[in-house]
Design a protein around this ligand. Sequence first.
Ligand SMILES: Nc1ncnc2c1ncn2[C@@H]1O[C@H](COP(=O)(O)OP(=O)(O)OP(=O)(O)O)[C@@H](O)[C@H]1O
Ligand SMILES: [Mg+2]
Length: 419
Amino acid sequence: MYITLPGETEFVTAGRFQRSEDRHGVATGRFVYGKRYLSREKAVPIDPIELKLSGKTYGTRLLKGIFGTLRDACPDHWGRRIIERHFDSPGPGELDYLLCSPDDRAGALGFGLNREPPAPRREFHRTMELGKLQEFADAIVKDEELPDGPNAQRAQEFMLEGTSMGGARPKAVVEDDDALWIAKFNRPDDKWNHAKFERAMLELARACGIDTAESKLATIGDRDALLVKRFDRERTESGYRRARMLSALTLLRAEDTHQDREKWSYVLLVEELRRISAQPKADAPELFKRMCFNALINNSDDHPRNHALIAMADDWKLSPAYDLIPSMPVSIEERFLALSCGDGGRLARASNLLTQYARFLLKADEARAIIDSMEQTVRERWYEIARKQGVSEKDCETISPAFTYEGFRLNPSESAVLG
Ligand SMILES: Nc1ncnc2c1ncn2[C@@H]1O[C@H](COP(=O)(O)OP(=O)(O)OP(=O)(O)O)[C@@H](O)[C@H]1O
Ligand SMILES: [Mg+2]
């Protein structure tokens, strides 16, 4: 395993990861830091809780033997789908996903089979190649052969470049003169313009006082894509600095499965956040705001990979907010977040959001004031901000029920009656 140390732009070797399976198929992962790495003045832990700097061999049987911090660096649904196209039956193994994805992955880690790290990448897709990337992404969504006829192999490789970023939506990593961006493409089968709506939600969150990732819209032919600036990269003369990154899934030591859902909780997450963050007094209330915002816009896809901590230097802090999208509500009385948000579980209701305010380092009246003001901003401004970002009248109408949620202010006792 390789890492780009704070302030640097090139990999150094951090340690060795090994994964084995016993005859029952139970996997064990082992990680040990290299002696040379431990003796470096700038050495930093790759996970400040699970893999502290020390000479011992760490072991895990969780997550198919892959430490959480490695899983965060792995491709997710979208990237896996592309990598799988490169393998014949029985398909790639867990480590193939790590080794096949290029080093534009989230965070500061890199992987390879050699003791010495590879040279850093200097070439990225440029924004002017977005058209081609979108065309390939469409083909992958439809499970078609990639276009380009005899050059299909080249097309596959071209597309592999974006695989290491997580998430399920079609995406690629592109560079312009200022920075690296994640390009998120609209899917041909989308019911509304996701790119524009996601951009509008990032702006609406900002209007609610939330720190959000920078973004801009790009038009490719007659389609839109959202470009989100990577907050885990910092451009310098000599290349890109990289921030280490830990997802909330890793902080919660949780699996991405339904069986592990009881660990998916904002209340547990804020406990971990306060332990690791160098600025808990800012980060804990910020997480509270994001939880409330998700309830107010009906973002029920707020799963733990959609929250992260980053460390550009030694200190960890909450990353800017990203991937904010309203879902079509099923009910106007009861809605649920992906993570538990109070004593009443995942119920997205003001009374529930307020039950654990102290853990978010807030006083009761501060927590109430945050909710009141965000509710007002969302209600009064969502439409204007969406239209300003070019969301069509029709799309606004389709998604408008997400913003009019009568159940938000019901008392806990009222849910039984409505339920
Ligand atoms: N601005 C950013 N800078 C760095 N990393 C980011 C940024 N935005 C997202 N990421 C990382 O990329 C992953 C995928 O991005 P995102 O969540 O926006 O995609 P998605 O496909 O919409 O996800 P989902 O499957 O949750 O719908 C995130 O889980 C996060 O690890
Ligand atoms: Mg996501």
